[in-house]
Write a protein that binds this ligand. Structure first.
Ligand code: HEC
Ligand code: HEC
Length: 189
């Protein structure tokens, strides 16, 4: 009896220690991400996307696709192979709880207007401004323009693995509209 209780208490102690350790580790891992993605996952520019505040389910899916070789990324595919599924889930939960912060960028008003017209077919899933409306689609309002442009080109490029659904959607976009679409979403608050 007595030993049973001690065992039970020890098990609880271990479980609690385990949780504390896990969350400490996720924060430490997240800091390595922020070296590239910016403080709290808010990008400081170039082609680097913001990741803080993206939907948890999207974050987990995209990281697992890289890990399993189903999605192309020059940088992330190699990097994420070193993480376990548990760590990936932890990182997805961690970043999804941060606020989504649209990044102020220089955008060309003519391109923004043209991009607005070119995204009429996208509203059903991405909303009028690209703000995430479903758990499987990422926020694009205030996302880095250059990054959005590169992703659209990857969807259109059959020589690299990318998810089929957005690939189908992206193929309906004229290549000369891609930059405009990127400027439009990047300019949204
Ligand atoms: C060496 C720089 C670097 C580090 C470190 C890094 N990333 Fe990335 N990440 C990128 C780049 C660059 C992209 C854009 C996709 C590409 O070009 O491969 C990206 C894209 C992403 C995206 C896609 C965003 C979107 O809108 O779809 C997610 C999610 C992501 N990274 C999560 C992470 C997490 C989580 C970590 C930490 C474990 C991390 N990244 C560490 C460079 C980095
Ligand atoms: C049927 C719903 C649907 C429609 C319509 C749709 N999308 Fe998407 N879009 C998604 C989903 C889901 C994702 C995440 C897919 C993935 O993992 O690649 C996505 C991802 C994206 C991304 C990548 C963002 C990132 O952070 O990596 C871009 C860019 C994009 N969509 C642009 C468009 C444009 C432009 C249109 C209209 C021409 C469009 N989408 C129409 C559902 C849709």
């Amino acid at each position: 009896m007595h030993r049973g209780v001690i065992h039970a208490l020890a098990a609880v102690g271990l479980a609690v220690a385990g949780i504390a350790h896990a969350s400490g580790t996720i924060e430490a891992l997240a800091r390595t991400c922020n070296n590239c993605h910016g403080v709290n996952g808010v990008s400081s520019g170039d082609a680097m996307p913001s990741i803080g505040g993206l939907p948890e389910s999207y974050l987990k899916t995209v990281m697992m696709e890289w890990k399993e070789g189903k999605r192309y990324s020059a940088t992330m595919a190699r990097l994420i192979k070193g993480y376990t599924e548990e760590e990936i889930s932890g990182l997805a939960a961690y970043f999804s709880k941060l606020p989504w912060t649209p990044v102020a960028q220089k955008t060309d008003p003519k391109l923004v207007e043209r991009g607005k017209q070119a995204t009429q077919a996208c509203v059903s899933c991405h909303g009028p401004t690209g703000k995430a409306m479903m758990p499987t689609a990422p926020n694009m309002n205030g996302q880095i323009a250059k990054y959005l442009e590169l992703e659209m080109r990857k969807y259109q490029d059959d020589s690299v693995p990318m998810p089929a659904m957005m690939r189908m959607m992206a193929k309906q976009v004229k290549p000369e509209d891609i930059e405009a679409i990127a400027h439009f979403y990047a300019s949204q608050k």
